[in-house]
Structures are given as C-alpha cells and as structure tokens.
Ligand binder design. Structure first.
Ligand SMILES: NC(=O)c1ccc[n+]([C@@H]2O[C@H](COP(=O)([O-])OP(=O)(O)OC[C@H]3O[C@@H](n4cnc5c(N)ncnc54)[C@H](OP(=O)(O)O)[C@@H]3O)[C@@H](O)[C@H]2O)c1
Length: 222
C-alpha cells in the first residue's frame, strides 16, 4: 500500500537535543529535514528563514531546538549588546521560524519549541536565559490559539549533557553533571534522548497544545 510520508523539520537538529529528536523520528518511513548554521540556515536572518520554508513546501511537524548560548552574569554586568544577540537567535529566531513555517504546515501539524527551566527557576546570573525562555513560553501559548488547529507546545529541559557545554573545561563540566546527579530528585543529569521523548509526546498527543513540558530531573521542585 502507498502510504503518504510524514515530514519533520528540525531546526537545531545538527547536535544535542535536536539531533536526538531527529534520530527518534527518522524511522525510514518519515522525511526528516535538519537545519542549522552548519547546513546554511541562520534563524536570526528572517529572509533566509522565509526562503528555507519556501524550499521545503508543505509539511507536518516542526521542532525548534536552535540557540543554546546566552551570556551569563548579573544584570548590572552583562553587555546589553550580548544579551540582544542571544535574543536575536533563540527568541527572535524561533519567532522567525514559527512565522514563516506556519503557512506551509498542514492542519494536523505541530510546532514544538524549546525553552528551559530557567524560565521559572530563579537563579542569579542567568537573567538572559530566564528572559528568553519565559518570553518563548508566553508566545507558545499565544501561538497555540492563533495557529489552531496546528498544535503548539514547548519542551522545557533542565540540565542536559549536550554540546551546549563543549566550551567548558572538562573538570568543571563533569563537576556540574556530578552535582546534578547528587542533588536532583531524579538522581541524574539529563541526556538528549531523555528530553527527546517529550517532543515525541507533544507531536503525537492530539489533546496537547499550549503546554510547557518540564523535563528537568525535578529541578523546579528542588
Ligand atoms: N543542554 C541543556 O542543559 C539545556 C538546558 C535548558 C535548555 N536547553 C535548550 O535546549 C535547546 C537545545 O540545546 P542543546 O543542549 O541541544 O544545545 P546544542 O547542542 O548547542 O544545540 C543547539 C543547536 O542550535 C543550532 N544553532 C545555534 N545558533 C543557531 C542559529 N543562529 N541558527 C540556526 N541554528 C542555530 C546549533 O547548530 P549550528 O552550530 O550548526 O548552528 C545547534 O545544533 C536550546 O534552546 C537550549 O537553550 C538546553
């Protein structure tokens, strides 16, 4: 029997959590497009995003995991230009993507954005991540109304062992993971595969929209 293939677009799928989602949905019977700067797409460039979705055409499922960097530091210390650059990628990039993808998405489609536990966990020296993720969580809910019947959700990861931490020195990175293992209720630091399961749920559960799915080892209840 000739079954129509389902198409997935994973923006940020070249590494980390996005790569794990791509592996999950790439079962041989789906079409999976992965894009990031490595493949030539910078999501902070709205015209490039527009052209990208024009080239893809109609599709069902969009996942956005792009943009893991934001400057750390106190509000009084972080250079505003650096904070704005991080917003341009993760926040405005996700908006660019949702805006230009939506017109090509089928009515049974889904958008799953990525936020992060710092949206609601108050930690000093992280205000840029907090603000970007909180803003994206708010827009996720607005998009769920505006784009219905397309379903729109966000996954909010806690500490996850990915290439996001590749620039840390190895002892500090290992100490951070060990600290999570000792202190989180789940007794471990997250893997990209742990987080990917939440995207699969958001994509496959027809009753889920406007939701923020926390997968953080219990960080928010700690
Ligand atoms: N890891 C964690 O502990 C953690 C915790 C909370 C939230 N999160 C969130 O989870 C998401 C995924 O993070 P991750 O841990 O999987 O990090 P990651 O491995 O660094 O993945 C981020 C991806 O974003 C892409 N990217 C960066 N800038 C881009 C741009 N301007 N345009 C297009 N693509 C861009 C990167 O690919 P290129 O370099 O090829 O562009 C990379 O594939 C991020 O939103 C992050 O904030 C992660």
């Amino acid at each position: 029997m000739d079954q129509k293939k389902t198409t997935y677009v994973i923006i940020g799928g070249a590494s980390g959590i996005g790569e794990a989602v791509a592996k999950h949905v790439n079962n041989g019977s789906n079409i999976v497009h992965v894009a990031s700067r490595t493949t030539g797409l910078d999501i902070s460039d709205e015209k490039a995003v527009h052209r990208y979705f024009e080239s893809i055409g109609p599709f069902e499922h969009l996942v956005v995991t792009a943009g893991s960097y934001a400057p750390a530091g106190k509000v009084i210390d972080v250079a505003i230009d650096d904070a704005k650059k991080a917003f341009d990628i993760k926040f405005w990039g996700a908006i660019n993507v949702a805006k230009h993808a939506a017109r090509y998405m089928t009515a049974n489609g889904t958008i799953t954005l990525t936020t992060g536990m710092l949206s609601r966990k108050v930690v000093a020296n992280t205000y840029v991540k907090t603000a970007i993720n909180a803003a994206l969580e708010a827009v996720t809910k607005v998009l769920a109304k505006e784009l219905s019947p397309i379903r729109v959700n966000a996954v909010s990861p806690g500490l996850t062992m990915t290439t996001a931490y590749k620039n840390m020195d190895t002892p500090s990175r290992e100490a951070m993971y060990e600290n999570a293992k000792r202190n989180l209720p789940a007794g471990k630091a997250g893997t990209a595969a742990d987080i990917a399961m939440a995207y699969v749920m958001a994509i496959s559960n027809p009753y889920m929209t406007g939701s923020i799915i926390d997968v953080d080892g219990g960080a928010l209840v700690n």
